[in-house]
Design a protein around this ligand. Structure first.
Ligand code: DGL
Length: 251
């Protein structure tokens, strides 16, 4: 199957960091982005609520004929993906499995120290650690870095507030990682500041890059000359989502 018209679902604006890679690939004709901005953040909610909200996102997409749906949100990927896959009439892909595969492709050393950053819900799900363990990577550490989300939403991508928040969290990891999984849609926007906390320049796993690598491996993709037509939808205040998209897509 060659996906041409795809959907991207996120809890809010965060998935724009994934959308950016999908747009830049020139592999799709049309991308429909839906952010559940009325109910964001998902990262502090319960497993059942996140699963329910994720299923409701499928209702939003039901009038459109999608070839494929990408769940850009790590939190929804952790708790809602399998339920969505059971009922959707098209393939639904989350960001966690692609992230694991991207790490596996980049790091062969099974003793590598892997730091997983995410929302409270994503870290509590333990899904990244579990899947990494299954691939033989035992040296993992999950850290919920919830404050990164509102800081990025505020448009703060560098500077003292961000650096002290990064230090507040990363000091809790008693080692120097070889790789960091940016397990939340917002974190790629502050990737440089996160990496700069360490002097060894750890490998960063970014969901947008990982999903493209995954799609290139498992799907036949067409190349288009034109950039895809992108349409934004939101459960609340779509104008704000478009404003954030304008800013983030230029970064
Ligand atoms: N999109 C979410 C994620 O990637 C972060 C924001 C939220 O908590 O909803 O986990």
């Amino acid at each position: 199957m060659t996906p041409q018209r795809i959907g991207v679902f996120d809890s809010g604006a965060g998935g724009i960091s994934v959308l950016k890679n999908l747009i830049e690939s020139h592999n799709f004709k049309e991308i429909l982005y839906y952010g559940d901005t009325a109910r964001v953040p998902y990262g502090v909610k319960s497993k059942d609520t996140i699963r329910q909200y994720s299923l409701e996102a499928l209702d939003f997409f039901s009038p459109f004929k999608l070839d494929l749906l990408i769940v850009a949100c790590n939190t929804a990927s952790a708790y809602g993906l399998s339920a969505m896959q059971e009922v959707a009439p098209y393939p639904v892909i989350g960001v966690i499995e692609p992230g694991i595969l991207a790490l596996q492709n980049a790091i062969q050393d099974k003793n590598a120290k892997i730091l997983i950053l995410g929302t409270k819900a994503t870290i509590c799900s333990n899904l990244y650690s579990k899947l990494l363990r299954e691939k033989g990577y035992l040296n993992t550490f999950g850290l919920a870095t919830s404050l990164f989300v509102p800081i990025v939403e505020e448009g703060i991508f560098e500077g003292a507030i961000l650096d002290s928040t990064i230090a507040h969290y990363l000091k809790q990891y008693p080692s120097t990682p070889n790789a960091i999984i940016l397990g939340c849609t917002h974190f790629p926007l502050i990737a440089n500041s996160i990496a700069n906390f360490y002097s060894n320049k750890p490998l960063l796993i970014h969901s947008g890059e990982a999903i493209m690598e995954y799609l290139q491996n498992f799907y036949t993709l067409q190349s288009f000359k034109e950039t895809p037509k992108v349409k934004f939808y939101a459960s609340d205040y779509v104008e704000n989502l478009e404003k954030i998209a304008n800013l983030w897509l230029k970064k």
